[in-house]
Design a protein around this ligand. Structure first.
Ligand code: RB5
Length: 146
């Protein structure tokens, strides 16, 4: 599995924590930044990262900003992306099982590093259940084609 990781200035610390987790899990990843202490605009990082998942260069993506909200909104504008805003372990598991989410977004101002690690680990290790859920995400894909 190949993972793309990105944040704005509001998510730099949590992004570092998640990059350490990916190293510990021996998961191949690229960290797209930002390398910033000054303010940047989250779509400038979230959209390019989402495009690299949508085009198949990466299997999954993890996005971090202050709230996770701006990153999730941005990523979900990219066709083929199902980005879940996740701040609890139950949802991290459920969004893989039910939504086959290919990206998650988290907020550094919302949760601490320990929970963020648990969320990312659970999400990375959980498989899609398919079946009736595949039909549902197929309807989203159909809408994208309209
Ligand atoms: C940046 O101040 C903040 O707006 C951003 O990190 C994010 O929370 C937006 O949704």
């Amino acid at each position: 599995m190949k993972v793309i990781l990105a944040s704005d200035h509001g998510g730099v610390n949590l992004r570092k924590e998640i990059s350490e987790l990916l190293e510990e899990m021996n998961i191949e990843f690229e960290d797209m930044g930002c390398d910033c202490e000054t303010s940047v605009d989250y779509p400038d990082y979230g959209i390019p990262a989402a495009e690299r998942v949508a085009n198949g260069e990466f299997d999954r993506g993890i996005l971090i900003c202050g709230t996770g909200i701006g990153m999730s909104i941005s990523a979900n504008k990219v066709k083929g992306i199902r980005c879940a805003l996740v701040h609890d372990v139950f949802s991290a598991k459920a969004t893989r099982e039910h939504n086959d989410s290919n990206m998650i977004a988290m907020g550094e101002r919302v949760i601490g590093p320990g929970l963020a690690r648990e969320i990312a680990k659970t999400w990375l290790e959980t498989e899609f259940l398919a079946g009736r859920h595949a039909n549902r995400i197929g309807k989203i894909a159909d809408y994208e084609e309209e």
